[in-house]
Design a protein around this ligand. Structure first.
Ligand SMILES: [Zn+2]
Length: 341
């Protein structure tokens, strides 16, 4: 009986051991199949989404200088001031300069973050940013002094630095993520463009919106006359089109903002952008006519690609009493402005 009890006891013991072992296996399986992947996803996600805590105004900004071929490392806010000076007239309203500062800072941080993750542009592999229109025009204090003179440095430079300082660290977010392409242009001609109608990607914050306050913008309506023979030759040589005559040129499709998307020229269908680039037009928002002297006359509206913030429109909005956040939210659909430290 005793032996039997002992046997029974050891059986129970074995059973307990087995229970312990199977619990341990179960916990291990749950951990490796469910908890571990969840942890990993969280870590990877944190790495992929540049959330507000990870962004900082202390991030040094490397800028490639096209003229000298040097790469310089700048303080973010110093870089932003140099961009506002390079991209917008200092005579513009203070709120427009502030909007420009936030757009320039957002662009800079987004380029730094993306450069770290995916590498920099092939045009400047050692720096996320450069100093000309390829990225954003940046002017150093020395360049500004040479370009604009000491009076400008005394009277206008402090205004730009103030606009940058009063928006210290402020950048735009869309859906919890840093806005990646805060594009801007000189003037839209009355309506901005959807990003996909001008460039490739469809970005939710780059939608076509009205730009009502561009009255003071230069190049609102500009005509350029080109001899029809030159026009014909250039199109033939560049795109191999034939049968080009006044009756075979037709605008086929316009974008929401008014830019020519498709134009028939002879036996080819071209983009409005192709015509803009080939003949140096101010914008792809154009009409054309023939003047009776063998010339084709293009009349353009606005200046630039038309996507994102219109700088002249921003200045007009500021004159009408809108503040920089209202300006940014008008031109960049659905964004919020937040400060990073
Ligand atoms: Zn660049």
């Amino acid at each position: 009986m005793k032996r039997y009890r002992n046997k029974l006891g050891s059986l129970f013991k074995k059973h307990e051991d087995m229970l312990l072992i199977s619990s341990a296996i179960l916990i291990f399986v749950i951990f490796s199949l469910i908890i571990l992947p969840l942890l990993l996803i969280t870590i990877v996600n944190n790495d992929e989404l540049p959330n507000i805590e990870r962004l900082s105004i202390d991030i040094p900004v490397k800028v490639y200088l096209h003229k000298t071929g040097d790469t310089v490392t700048l303080d973010l806010e110093e870089y932003v001031a140099g961009v506002v000076a390079g991209e917008m007239p200092s005579s513009f309203e203070f709120e427009a300069l502030k909007a420009q500062a936030v757009a320039a800072r957002t662009y800079a941080l987004s380029k730094v973050v993306r450069g770290e993750k995916f590498g920099n542009s092939a045009d400047h592999p050692n720096a996320p940013l450069c100093d000309d229109t390829h990225c954003q025009v940046y002017r150093s204090e020395q360049e500004l002094l040479e370009l604009k003179g000491s009076d400008w440095m005394k009277n206008s430079w402090p205004k730009i630095k103030d606009a940058v300082a009063t928006t210290l660290g402020e950048v735009m977010f869309y859906g919890g993520e840093l806005v990646e392409q805060p594009l801007y242009h000189s003037s839209s001609g009355g309506k901005t463009e959807n990003s996909e109608d001008v460039f490739v990607s469809n970005l939710p914050y780059l939608r076509s919106v009205e730009s009502k306050y561009e009255d003071e913008a230069p190049h609102q309506s500009e005509s350029i006359s080109i001899s029809f023979n030159t026009f014909k030759e250039k199109i033939q040589n560049t795109y191999g089109a034939s049968s080009i005559n006044p009756n075979t040129i037709k605008i086929l499709k316009r974008s929401e903002g008014g830019r020519v998307e498709e134009i028939q020229v002879g036996d080819k269908t071209l983009k409005g952008r192709d015509i803009r680039e080939l003949f140096n037009l101010r914008s792809a928002n154009f009409t054309f006519a023939f003047d009776g002297n063998n010339n084709i006359v293009f009349t353009t509206r606005g200046f630039g690609h038309g996507v994102g913030m219109s700088q002249w429109g921003a200045n007009g909005m500021a004159q009408a009493g809108f503040n920089y956040k209202e300006i940014l939210k008008h031109y960049y659909t659905g964004v919020t402005v937040k400060q990073v430290n």
